[in-house]
Design a binder for this molecule. Structure first.
Ligand SMILES: *[C@@H]1O[C@H](CO)[C@@H](O)[C@H](O)[C@H]1NC(C)=O
Length: 324
């Protein structure tokens, strides 16, 4: 009965993403800050993908996964930031319903893929440290391919299921999303359908696509830590730890972000602060991941230096030809 009443109302076709409010000076500042973040994230991640694909030294499982992770984060940043930059610049904060759903789908798809990819990477590190003699045989190109494919497929499934169920909901206004992109919680606040079932579904999806990979990651790290502790020499321990430290930092950052953004619901007084925080965390993680890998890793640092040198020599030889 009530259901038909809702259907009779005109459902809304546009959402307004409130973002950070409407202060003009702030918009320009935010535009510049997020533009720099966007450029840095894209260039670093694309550089990693190019290095991993082009450089023979990086044709190992760990770097294949890293390449996939960087590829994923390029897409992830691009689903959120360009639209945000546009709205800072033009002041137009409306997003059509279809745009919102697309953004939601991409976000869920990429976030779930990242959970499983991080789990695959920790399994890879676990084998490298706990079973060094069998590592090459166990982590062959087939298992690499399988683990990456499985990550992308589970992300795809998670995205499809949650988006299709989101499409079943009716939005009859208000249409102002108090967030900077179309995310689950802010959209749930706006629907006039019964969200009981949706909540159950969302919890189930969260369990399958975030909690399970998280537990797998933790299990891998428990094995890694036990193995490292059983190494008698300090140098041996340090060496073993250094092969997984970058990944451990990336994992901690990723799940730390999820916890901060989703587990602590914003209290009213701290709402704006928490919005800024969650925004920074969501867009900063993809920016710092390649940095962590390149700073803590001699091979990556060296390859980047070489690539840069090659590029500069190439450029200057072009200038040389031009001049002489
Ligand atoms: C992603 O992983 C697959 C399978 O391991 C690999 O073939 C591919 O090159 C990787 N992609 C990148 C960009 O590293």
């Amino acid at each position: 009965m009530a259901n038909t009443d809702w259907r009779n109302q005109t459902s809304i076709t546009n959402f307004i993403l409130l973002g950070f409010g409407n202060v003009l000076e702030l918009q320009i500042l935010l535009f510049l800050v997020f533009l720099v973040i966007y450029i840095m994230t894209m260039s670093r991640n694309i550089l990693i993908v190019v290095l991993v694909v082009a450089d023979q030294h990086f044709h190992t499982p760990m770097y294949f996964f890293l390449g996939n992770l960087s590829c994923l984060e390029t897409c992830y940043t691009s689903t959120i930031l360009p639209r945000m930059l546009g709205s800072f610049l033009t002041g137009d904060r409306a997003i059509p319903f279809s745009g919102c759903i697309t953004q939601y789908y991409s976000f869920v798809f990429l976030a779930s893929t990242e959970c499983y990819l991080l789990a695959a990477m920790s399994y890879d590190r676990c084998l490298a440290i706990c079973k060094p003699l069998h590592y090459a045989a166990l982590m062959n190109s087939r298992s690499c391919l399988w683990l990456t494919a499985e990550s992308w497929i589970s992300g795809f499934l998670s995205g499809i299921v949650s988006t299709l169920s989101m499409c079943q909901l009716i939005f009859c206004g208000p249409n102002e999303i108090d967030h900077f992109f179309c995310d689950f919680v802010p959209m749930m606040k706006l629907t006039c359908s019964d969200i009981h079932l949706m909540k159950v579904l969302a919890s189930t999806l969260f369990l399958i696509f975030s909690l399970i990979p998280f537990l797998l990651t933790v299990t891998s790290y428990i094995y890694i830590i036990l193995t490292i502790l059983s190494i008698p020499s300090t140098t041996g321990r340090k060496k073993a730890f250094s092969t997984c430290s970058s990944h451990l930092i990336v994992v901690t950052l990723f799940y730390g972000t999820i916890t901060v953004v989703y587990m602590f619901p914003a209290t009213h007084r701290l709402k704006d602060l928490s919005k800024v925080f969650s925004d920074f965390f969501t867009v900063l993680t993809p920016m710092v991941n390649p940095l962590i890998y390149s700073l803590r890793n001699k091979e990556v640092k060296e390859a980047m230096r070489k690539a840069l040198k090659k590029y500069i020599t190439f450029q200057s030889s072009k200038i040389g030809v031009f001049l002489g």
